[in-house]
Design a protein around this ligand. Structure first.
Ligand SMILES: Nc1ncnc2c1ncn2[C@@H]1O[C@H](COP(=O)(O)OP(=O)(O)OP(=O)(O)O)[C@@H](O)[C@H]1O
Ligand SMILES: [Mg+2]
Length: 400
């Protein structure tokens, strides 16, 4: 075959130029349009694989997220597992968006008593992911047009937390605290608008699902003539948290209703409700509107911390209160120690107050108040060590 003849055929599939749409001829080689198409699809396939392969597999691995949470948050094991999976899926979805598949957004609802670690869990997740994080209080929110912060103010806060970078803000986490406080008052819809409750839930729907907000550039409040910036909320993760006081009873009642049989003694069969068994229906009965509940696909229930867990919060967890106060007193060259029964007494006091780990801080402050006030006097009298005993917890008083 002469070289001219040779270049009348595709060098790859050897088809004659008359039998293909086009044949592109180079110096010593030729390729037909069919082979070009095949090569292009092969290259595209390869890039698909490369694109979809997580570059930070470890970061979005639920077990690694849980490991990090374990260092900062005591107990709440199953909640941490569920939360880690939800977070990993969310960030995988937004970091490696599939080409022709829609993955629904799932926000997270955290239910648990006060001081059990709801805000701490959300905060720790944000720290792990290194994304902007804000805590907004649902009770301060109102529908647009009413006095108070409208729901879009949360996005302004997030933009602030992202240092004004909208792309960063769009990957952030908004923690909406006290969500139970915007439950509607009664199950039947009222004729008058419920400004603080159902109306706010309605206003949150669009934001939580994904909408484009126009907010003042650089965050802050809206003012006429100011520069506006568009933020798409579709990739922002919303975590709602609430104590839902009384929800346990609702769950208990539902369960009791279903267990009462013929002639059964109601008292004998009474079942205690547990937050881990919460259903969307229970939350609707509580006063959350179904559309709102539907947008929070992952419900995480967390329980009260046990005595052992509270002790670990006090002494073991990273940034624990004892270490914090030891440090504060070390600035005055005073060594701080607690006896075991003192620690137990502090925890017992918290259990009685039912304030969860939140109460530990108040308790420690109360115990150390006379000592912290008198550090100057201690220094002048060469008191360099404070040993907190059970008696000191029961009745804190200055050593001198
Ligand atoms: N499981 C926990 N592990 C470690 N520390 C905890 C835990 N739970 C609570 N704490 C401590 O108690 C403080 C209060 O906890 P947090 O703010 O997370 O409570 P919460 O569940 O959000 O309560 P509330 O419903 O009152 O907002 C935190 O700053 C944290 O130091
Ligand atoms: Mg909280």
């Amino acid at each position: 075959m002469t070289s001219e003849n040779k270049l009348s055929y595709c060098s790859f599939c050897e088809t004659h130029k008359d039998k293909v749409k086009k044949l592109i001829v180079g110096d010593n080689v030729a390729i037909c349009s069919d082979c070009i198409e095949l090569c292009t699809s092969l290259i595209e396939d390869d890039s698909l694989v490369a694109d979809e392969k997580p570059k930070e597999e470890v970061k979005y691995d639920p077990s690694s997220i849980k490991e990090y949470l374990d260092v900062h948050v005591v107990g709440q094991d199953s909640a941490k597992t569920v939360l880690s999976v939800a977070i990993a899926n969310h960030y995988k979805r937004i970091t490696y968006p599939p080409k022709d598949l829609e993955i629904a957004k799932g926000n997270v609802l955290l239910i648990g008593p006060t001081g059990s670690g709801k805000t701490l869990l959300a905060k720790t997740v944000a720290k792990y992911l290194k994304v902007p994080f804000v805590v907004a209080d649902a009770t301060s929110l109102t529908e647009a047009g009413y006095v108070g912060d409208d729901v879009e103010s949360m996005i302004s806060m997030l933009l602030n937390a992202a240092g004004g970078d909208p792309r960063l803000a769009e990957r952030g986490i908004v923690f909406v605290d006290e969500i139970d406080k915007i439950a509607r008052r009664s199950e039947s819809a009222s004729i008058t608008r419920d400004v603080s409750g159902e109306g706010v839930q309605q206003a949150l729907l669009k934001l939580v699902e994904g909408t484009v907000c126009r907010i003042p550039a650089g965050g802050g409040r809206k003012h006429p003539g100011g520069d506006m910036m568009e933020i798409d909320t579709k990739n922002i993760l919303f975590i709602s948290g609430g104590a839902f006081v009384g929800l346990k009873d609702l769950i208990g009642n539902r369960k009791n209703g279903s267990t009462i049989g013929f002639g059964a003694d109601i008292k004998d069969k009474k079942v205690e409700g547990s937050l881990t068994e919460v259903t969307p229906d229970d939350l609707t009965k509580y006063g959350m509107i179904p559309e709102f509940i539907g947008r929070f696909t992952t419900t995480v229930s967390i329980g009260e911390l046990s005595k052992e867990e509270l002790l670990r919060v006090l002494t073991e967890v990273k940034n624990n209160y004892i270490d914090q106060y030891k440090y504060l007193l070390s600035i005055d060259n005073i060594k701080l120690e607690f006896s075991n029964d003192a620690l137990e007494q502090i925890v017992d006091n918290c259990l009685t107050l039912k304030t969860g780990a939140r109460g530990l801080h108040t308790e420690i402050e109360r115990c150390l108040m006379p000592h912290m006030f008198n550090t100057k006097k201690y220094r002048e009298n060469n008191v360099t060590e404070i040993n907190i005993t059970r008696e000191q917890v029961l009745e804190p008083k200055s050593l001198i």
